[in-house]
Design a protein. Structure first.
Length: 176
């Protein structure tokens, strides 16, 4: 999977605001949603379009719409839920899949405890959302779970990644 760091000034600005030591939970959630929205805009920039004819206010008109693949948003519980609203601003018809994973404190391995994937995940592009990519274990487990379910198009949206961890997750999703 290709790793892309979004260097847009608005993303940098909002991520900076999120680092304030006494930020309220409400403000943090708002900013996470806003950055999720901006990341979605970037992550979907390569979607193909097709021309279709619709009935406009002045008769038939040819427009472009997203072609082919439908989208499922996959928040990793619970933190990923904070980015979901921002993602849905751009793809409001996306279906929601949910994955719950925690890290075993003794083995430090990811342990899946919940998954609810859309029925036709093999026909969809998955946008996995999680604000923090720390060890990469939960993200890799989620990517592997999606691939096992037949999803072949996976994109990951994170706010912050620990150095080197994005490469581990990218290697797991290679071929997506």
């Amino acid at each position: 999977m290709k790793i892309v760091e979004v260097k847009h000034p608005l993303v940098k600005h909002k991520l900076g605001l999120m680092r304030e030591h006494d930020i309220s939970t409400k403000r943090f959630r708002e900013l996470a949603s806003e950055v999720g929205s901006l990341l979605t805009y970037e992550a979907t920039a390569d979607l193909q379009t097709e021309k279709v004819t619709i009935e406009g206010w002045n008769g038939p008109v040819e427009i472009e719409q997203i072609k082919g693949k439908k989208i499922t948003v996959v928040p990793i519980l619970r933190a990923g839920l904070g980015m979901m609203e921002g993602v849905l601003e751009h793809v409001p018809s996306a279906r929601i899949s949910v994955v719950g994973i925690y890290r075993d404190e003794e083995t430090l391995e990811p342990v899946p405890y919940f998954q609810k994937l859309v029925s036709n995940i093999d026909e969809r592009m998955a946008l996995v959302v999680d604000p923090m990519l720390a060890t990469g274990g939960s993200m890799i487990a989620t990517i592997d779970l999606l691939k096992k379910a037949g999803c072949s198009s996976i994109k990951v949206l994170v706010l912050v990644a620990a150095p080197g961890r994005d490469c581990r997750a990218g290697e797991s999703a290679s071929g997506c």
